[in-house]
Design a protein around this ligand. Sequence first.
Ligand SMILES: Cc1cc2nc3c(=O)[nH]c(=O)nc-3n(C[C@H](O)[C@H](O)[C@H](O)COP(=O)(O)OP(=O)(O)OC[C@H]3O[C@@H](n4cnc5c(N)ncnc54)[C@H](O)[C@@H]3O)c2cc1C
Length: 387
Amino acid sequence: MNLAFTEAEQAFAGEIRTWLTNNLELPPAFSSLGEEVEWGRNWQAQLATDRWVGIHWPVEYGGRAATPVEVALFNLEYARARAPQPVNRVGINNVGPTLLAFGTDEQKKRWLPSILDATEIWCQLFSEPGAGSDLASLSTTATKVEGGWLLNGQKVWTSYAQWARWGIALARTNPEASRHAGISYLVVDMQAPGIEIRPLVQITGEAEFNEVFFSDVFVPDDNVIGGVNEGWSIASTTLSHERGTVFAFKEQVVHEVFLTEAYTLAQVEGLLDDVETSDALAQSFVEVRILRLHNWRALSRLARGEEPGSETSWIKLFWSEMSQALSARALNITGPAAPLWRGSENLPGDGKWQRQWLWSGAASIAGGTSEVQRNIIAERILGLPRG
Ligand SMILES: Cc1cc2nc3c(=O)[nH]c(=O)nc-3n(C[C@H](O)[C@H](O)[C@H](O)COP(=O)(O)OP(=O)(O)OC[C@H]3O[C@@H](n4cnc5c(N)ncnc54)[C@H](O)[C@@H]3O)c2cc1C
């Protein structure tokens, strides 16, 4: 096995590293999430100007047709520079690839360009109060009227709905059909009459998620992606991009950086000789390394042109547990001062350790819960009978 990058791949990594060195200004401390989103829009527009957004997209739609290895290298360099995640993540990672695979030429021309420069933010209207892991039990309906559909129902956990211009929604268009058969994939104008967005305050004190209510919201025929009642297989494409393996490359470096910070913090606090602290840091070091090895294996498959396999579930599960453990260990090092920790030259401050720990709880829910990942591992990797 040859784990070295080719000269062209190294040059590619050098190009993004240089660009980030010349262009990245780390974000200031924000007083609200709204302020952070505005900052994020400008940063993403700057990235898009030099085609550093959606690099896996085809060149004709503003991407670079980057290979899986180039995407991984980009993610590694991006995370290493501590660059903030692009604000239009749902648009770039979920909507874009879905439109490229199933959208008409008109739909691609209308929506793809404004995803990349973040002039139009997108949200994902899939989960409902009674449909999360079991998404096919969704009950939002779209009823046929002249020229389009009337949408009625409720979605929940919709990240960034309050800033979104468009949303991808799953709705039941044939209530008579079997669970998976009567679902369509619609693009919803988030400014249309009949939409109510209610932010949900999460444990960090921010309101990133929302409940979204639809009362007779009109969706034109032109906004159906793929065929009517064919939404389930299209949604599977969206979710496979959301749960893809490449995300873990960014996470690997994010956690390497995080671990270095936790180590420095322990040093500053004079805790490196404390057995519990050094054991905890060593354990996290091993875990972050294991994630790296899993990533290499997954990348080798992708580089050979193979589809990501069930190891996606294994990586997702391992990553979420590793991330939660490291966050808890870092919080233990800060101790009761966590909310007040002001940071220093090399360390994040303003309660960021505490915030990281609070956020880490989401890792085992978003993108498929740990229990669901364990089911997939049991059935598809270990060959156990369906439970
Ligand atoms: C950070 C974050 C961002 C999100 N953003 C969005 C978004 O933008 N758009 C969107 O549509 N959704 C979003 N979600 C929602 C997310 O997709 C759901 O939370 C997830 O699919 C789980 O669904 P649920 O919350 O309804 O839990 P449920 O599916 O109700 O699960 C409840 C519990 O039961 C367990 N469980 C369920 N089924 C099984 C089973 N078959 N076997 C064993 N145990 C099971 C689960 O593991 C869990 O512990 C987001 C969630 C998070 C945390």
